[in-house]
Design a protein around this ligand. Structure first.
Ligand SMILES: [Cu+2]
Length: 447
């Protein structure tokens, strides 16, 4: 047992390898408001819906004298983006990106940051209103945290919303290696509760095929686009019950790219930026929300349409993986006897790829270099799903009793697109031999 006093006096020394913050403390406790008056602590589940970070977790905390105490350890982590692609990244507490920090407006938080990286670092609390000296800007507001050191940050949360934390020391290198995480602050007095509250960190990487380390020097040509540092098909799906009020928070800490995040089957309201809640009268109704670099957007909708619905970046190259930028344009090229010739004389097993697009590449099981993925895709209920990168699915179901992955959607009879029946074509007068041309447009020149 570690006593509170020991914890307080010996944190830096004791931190090595031992997680001091094992569980969420649920005993009644208080926190300190900016005015100095104690405020009751909000309980996860009772007072707010805890956030779900798919493929990641929230950082545990403990309460010490009314203060929420967290401990981040910056370290190198061997991270899997999806089965078949791993890299040595920089993250926190064994994870890439770091676990989500979750707190409630009005909480006093104390965050210890231990640096186990080979380089100095500092942590900036992005979007959070705090005293200048807690802002985490190496050189400007603090000395860098040297390897082996533990720094203490402490401030009171005066706002609620979707925020982030990230390295603010040699950012180009350290953020490219993954040193970032989500920071969600729940409102103290919410006007309403959501049933499902999901959060994603969007980021991008340059990982050359066959290598094991993201390249921080890349300026423009990124080839791995991730949600919570995972790429499709390595994504844990979101699950909602029919009728649930769903929130999805997106934070973008990519180096160079904005991401228009698109939801299928629903419209949503953009309810929040990193600056805070958008007044209801100003909320836009959308199906795609642009999440700029360094910003956050939260969307809300009622999950009123059952099925398996994609949630993905609409930049088409951001739903591809490493090999997307390595291929010549083969659309319309007929390989004919070429493959055979190459197979017999040069490369047994050779096959020209891409003559009708790229969707074949995954299914054909084309050999790929070690530690790399075919450019996209994973198995689906009907066929191979020709998407990768920033692509995930929300599964909306009627009558489910848990939020475990319910498997693929079972469509009601007659609600799946399929081969047109001859009878239908005949009834509707569709002649498949001709393409109906719209009437000629008459151009009027002058009056
Ligand atoms: Cu994108």
């Amino acid at each position: 047992m570690i006593t509170r006093r020991k914890f307080l006096s010996g944190t830096a020394a004791a931190a090595g390898g031992v997680s001091l913050l094992r569980s969420v403390v649920s005993a009644p406790a208080q926190t300190i408001a900016p005015t100095g008056t104690p405020v009751p602590l909000a309980q996860p589940g009772r007072d707010y819906t805890p956030v779900i970070t798919p493929n990641n977790v929230s950082l545990p905390w403990k309460i010490v004298d009314g203060v929420k105490v967290y401990h981040l350890v910056a370290e190198e982590v061997k991270h899997e983006f999806a089965p078949g692609l791993e890299a040595f990244c920089w993250g926190f507490n064994g994870r890439v990106h770091g676990p989500t920090i979750e707190a409630v407006e009005g909480d006093r938080v104390r965050i210890y940051v231990t640096n186990k990286l080979p380089a100095a670092t500092s942590i900036h609390w992005h979007g959070i209103i705090l005293p200048n000296g807690m802002d985490g800007v190496s050189g400007l507001t603090q000395t860098p945290i040297k390897p082996g050191e533990t720094f203490k940050y402490e401030f009171t949360l005066k706002q609620h919303g979707t925020h982030m934390y990230h390295s603010h020391h040699d950012e180009m290198t350290q953020m490219a290696l993954g040193l970032m995480g989500l920071f969600v602050i729940h409102p103290r007095n919410p006007k309403y509760r959501v049933d499902r509250d999901f959060a994603f960190m969007l980021s991008e990487w340059r990982i050359d095929t066959g290598t094991m380390r993201p390249n921080p020097n890349e300026m423009t040509d990124f080839n791995v686009f991730s949600m919570n540092a995972r790429i499709f098909p390595g994504m844990e799906p979101m699950v909602a019950k029919l009728g649930d009020r769903v929130r999805i928070r997106f934070v973008n800490l990519s180096a160079m790219d904005h991401h228009p995040m698109h939801l299928h089957g629903h419209t949503f309201r953009v309810v929040e930026t990193d600056g805070g809640q958008i007044p209801e009268s100003a909320q836009q109704i959308e199906t795609t929300v642009l999440v700029q670099v360094g910003s956050a957007r939260a969307i809300e909708f009622i999950a009123d349409n059952p099925g398996d619905w994609p949630v993905h970046c609409h930049m088409t190259h951001h739903t591809m993986t490493q090999m997307g930028d390595k291929f010549p344009n083969m659309i319309g090229v007929k390989s004919g006897k070429l493959d055979e010739k190459i197979r017999s004389s040069l490369l047994p097993g050779y096959m020209t790829m891409g003559g009708t697009g790229m969707a074949d590449m995954g299914t054909m099981g084309m050999p790929v270099p070690r530690n790399s993925l075919p450019m996209m895709g994973g198995p689906g209920p009907f066929d191979y799903i020709a998407m990768g990168g920033m692509f995930t699915v929300i599964k909306i179901r009627e009558g489910i009793t848990s939020y475990e992955d319910p498997g693929w959607y079972k469509h009601p009879d007659g609600t799946v697109a399929g081969l047109a029946a001859a009878g239908d074509l005949q009834r509707d007068g569709v002649d498949v031999q001709t393409s109906p041309k719209p009437p000629e447009q008459h151009m009027h020149h002058g009056s």
